[in-house]
Write a protein that binds this ligand. Structure first.
Ligand SMILES: *Cc1c(COP(=O)(O)O)cnc(C)c1O
Length: 361
């Protein structure tokens, strides 16, 4: 048994999907499982989310892993494909394609070749309504639509999406501007549309759409700068848990860890736990960041090492080798740890390293 592991609560995952389903009204759900399902394990999460209407991944390899695991539901490639070889692979595995650049339409137009028309093709046309990352310019949409509608497929599904840059913002100004442009561009089109990821789904401005694309909220975390998933009715899916591998008395005046940056102001009990930046904890986590031991918070003392952290457990009941240490989980929100690290929960969850075994329950 590994000293550190990430326990994945698939019941919580399904609970969160239910909360999202209610929040989404009648919209269908493309559950975003890119980046190893935000560190939670692509395949187990894909399997657990059997009730999602589709799964969405960033890259071809992720889609292929889901298919190889026997998942037959719709899978959307959020970045589409960029070569003929990738396109053939994607279609062979019935992956749905985002098209964000005219080059990708060209690839589709060159398709038929020997095999005749494709049986089923689902194309999600992505429009850039202001984020300036991926997407066709608004003025490119009419021509793109024309070309996509003429693609050689027996069954052709076309959907239109955009991505919001500031859905987590309180004022909603940028969101309203993007929504207005998207509404104008898609007005009267006979196609389903999609705008919302986590922040828009739980945010101030209702953005609507036929499909929603939640990622972070599936895993029970909040996309907002304040509060945590529980405020939204969500349950954290991952508990990152380790254990104490040493306990020592540190006399007042001595220091702990690399750089001797932390000094005991009184006689202290310091527990060393098996978790470090080699496991994905940011080295920048400052002293004072809490971990949970015996259900109580205790502060980090000194720097995060590759394989270890030091925790001041002076105020806690006795701690021994083997005592469990929770880095984050339902009782210690990852959002809070992210704030200590000066980052967002997305980054902490994705950063959990392959060295940390996933314990799927
Ligand atoms: C990653 C991603 C999402 C999910 O975002 P969350 O903030 O995790 O909900 C949705 N749509 C697109 C296009 C994405 O790239």
């Amino acid at each position: 048994m590994s000293l550190i592991r990430a326990v994945i609560d698939t019941g919580a995952l399904r609970h969160n999907l239910g909360v999202i389903r209610k929040r989404a009204g009648g919209a269908r759900i493309a559950a975003v499982v890119k980046a190893n399902a935000y560190g939670h394990g692509l395949v187990p999460v894909g399997v657990a989310l059997a009730e999602a209407d589709a799964l969405a991944v960033a890259r071809l390899e992720e889609g292929l892993l889901l298919r190889a695991a026997g998942i037959t539901r719709p899978i959307v490639l959020l970045e589409g494909v960029l070569s003929r070889a990738q396109l053939e692979e994607a279609l062979h595995h019935r992956l749905e394609l985002v098209v964000h650049d005219p080059l990708q339409i060209e690839l589709l137009e060159q398709l038929p070749a020997a095999g005749g028309p494709v049986q089923a093709l689902a194309v999600w046309i992505k429009i850039d309504t202001g984020m300036n990352r991926l997407g066709l310019r608004p003025k490119e949409l009419p021509a793109a639509l024309e070309r996509v509608r003429r693609l050689p497929a027996r069954r052709l599904t076309i959907r239109v999406l955009t991505h919001l840059a500031c859905a987590d913002a309180r004022d909603g100004e940028m969101t309203r501007r993007q929504m207005a442009l998207f509404a104008e561009l898609t007005h009267g089109l006979p196609h389903e549309v999609s705008l919302a990821s986590s922040a828009a789904l739980f945010g101030q401005v209702p953005v609507g759409g036929d499909w929603v694309r939640p990622g972070l909220v599936l895993y029970g975390a909040s996309p907002f700068g304040e509060g945590c998933g529980a405020d939204l009715g969500l349950v954290p899916v991952m508990s990152l848990t380790s254990q104490v591998i040493a306990v020592r008395q540190v006399p007042a005046g001595e220091t702990v860890g690399y750089g001797a940056t932390w000094r005991a102001t009184r006689d202290c009990r310091i527990a060393i736990a098996a978790a470090g930046y080699g496991d994905g904890l940011p080295r920048g986590l400052p002293a004072g960041t809490p971990v949970l031991i015996h259900g109580r918070r205790a502060p980090l003392a000194g720097r995060v090492s590759m394989d270890m952290i030091a925790v001041d457990v002076s105020a806690l009941p006795p701690v021994t080798i083997g005592t469990p240490v929770l880095l984050w989980g339902p009782e210690l929100p990852v959002e809070e740890i992210a704030r200590h690290a000066g980052t967002i929960p997305y980054e902490l969850l994705c950063a959990v390293s392959p060295r940390v075994p996933l314990d799927v329950q």
